[in-house]
Design a binder for this molecule. Structure first.
Ligand code: G3I
Length: 414
């Protein structure tokens, strides 16, 4: 191809769509090159075939920055966890999920809280089967920043200490969200400039505190409504839509190594919300905002999880932007089912299997996190007021068919 024809082709591709333009132009990526598996070209439905949404325009990254607040230093002796000798949850010491995952350089994790770790059976199961933990509540604003000038990192530090002692990665959650915020924040009266400083200092302080210890941060969590419009959060009201891009800029400034994730629920399949998420991250990449990936939470029910085809298509189109894609909070509610318990568990296992294998088959998906270790510790019964069994282990810590499904998938040769 002559230089002239190649240049013409590039212009056409750039007009047609940025990702195609990037591939043709030599695979430009906003990501650090060593963080990502190269993205294979695959046939993926064009975003234009999904429900139409205009691509939002986000401002260029020239946001004011700030200095972190004075705060306690990381203290890994808060709880003196010693390494727990990995035990298998299975009779006879069969290979664990984490061992199989590590052969593929894959992270399998669950969310947890420091007070659960005092239970040796719980801690042993966690460290035996998983190589990642997510901070279910310990790093949320109401916990770490309860007063304007006071930070409390004791819970988060305990999780990091446990993870380090047991060779596990830590998923940080969540920096800009509209829930579990302290009263001083929700009832605060500040100017827009002050709100910007408040969010900036929080992110710089928290991310800076854990710098080098967090694999990925949920920088912005659940910013969209199901119809794809921005959720009316405190941050949207006080700062405007650019709070999203600002949060990513500040998180990158505070820890250049952590992956920076936009995390969302009900955005796993192809719908208005997942289209909005796609447009958001595509727009941020175009503007040089340092977003590294998307977290698909996967809080689903026995009926109506996204189809495998939709899930795969959504994950692949995100991966083709050069982003990582993580399953970040999976659980499968059983409480509305009418089948026998055995049938319910079989259906549940199949839903976990489909999600896990979609991740395994997607370039750049190397993290799968369930939202809790055993059914005893799920958030769902408290939230719904109904018993439930949404996780990989039952209330006694015995593996369920869903766990077997993941083990089976990882046991197969890659
Ligand atoms: O901290 C208080 C404690 O002091 C008090 O004794 C206790 C009494 O019930 O409540 C404790 O707070 C609870 C907190 O979890 C810590 O356990 C809150 O009531 C409870 O509402 C809170 O629920 C959390 C929920 O987020 C809040 O929205 C769940 O544990 C947590 O699993 C859930 O996680 C969210 C993710 O962050 C974002 N994605 C959705 C996911 C599920 O809602």
């Amino acid at each position: 191809m002559t230089a002239m024809r190649r240049a013409l082709l590039l212009v056409v591709l750039c007009l047609w769509g940025l990702s195609a333009c990037r591939r043709e132009a030599g695979g430009f990526s906003a990501q650090p090159a060593d963080r990502l598996t190269p993205v294979a070209r695959r046939e993926t439905p064009s975003p234009e075939t999904f429900p139409a949404k205009p691509t939002p325009v986000y401002p260029t990254p020239k946001f004011p920055t700030c200095q972190p607040d004075p705060a306690p230093a990381l203290d890994l002796s808060v709880y003196s966890y010693r390494p727990i000798r990995p035990i298998s949850s299975r009779e006879g010491g069969a290979t664990s999920l984490r061992q199989l995952a590590e052969l593929r350089r894959f992270y399998v994790g669950v969310s947890t809280a420091p007070h659960f770790l005092d239970n040796r059976e719980y801690a042993g199961l966690l460290a035996a089967q998983f190589n990642m933990l997510a901070a279910e509540n310990a790093m949320k604003w109401e916990v770490v920043h309860p007063e304007p000038v006071r930070y409390d990192f004791s819970q988060g530090d305990a999780l990091v200490a446990f993870a380090r002692a047991n060779g596990m990665a830590v998923y940080g959650h969540a920096l800009a969200w509209d829930l579990q915020q302290p009263g001083w924040l929700t009832g605060g009266e500040y100017s827009r400039e002050e709100w910007i400083q408040i969010l900036c200092r929080h992110i710089k302080t928290v991310v800076g505190h854990y710098r080098g210890h967090i694999y990925a941060w949920d920088v912005v969590n659940e910013a969209f409504q199901n119809n794809g419009a921005l959720r009316n959060t405190l941050w949207l009201r006080k700062i405007g839509p650019e709070y999203i891009a600002m949060a990513f800029q500040w998180a990158r400034e505070a820890d250049p190594q952590a992956l920076l994730i936009y995390n969302e629920f009900f955005a796993e399949g192809l719908n208005q919300k997942s289209q909005a998420v796609y447009s958001l991250v595509q727009g941020m990449l175009r503007q040089g905002i340092p977003v590294d990936g998307v977290g698909l939470q996967m809080h689903v029910w026995l009926w109506g999880p996204p189809t495998r085809q939709e899930l795969t298509a959504n994950m692949r189109r995100l991966a083709e932007l050069g982003l990582v894609v993580h399953i970040t909070e999976m659980d499968v509610r059983t409480q509305y089912a009418k089948d026998s318990p055995a049938e319910e568990l079989a259906v549940q296992a199949e839903i976990y299997r489909q999600a896990f294998s979609a991740c395994l088959e997607t370039p750049n998906c190397n993290v799968f996190v369930a939202w809790g270790l055993t059914d005893r510790y799920s958030w769902i019964p408290e939230y719904t007021g109904q018993p439930d069994a949404p996780l990989l282990f039952d209330r006694q810590g015995k593996p369920k068919p869903a766990f077997d499904a993941l083990l089976d998938l990882l046991s197969r040769s890659p």
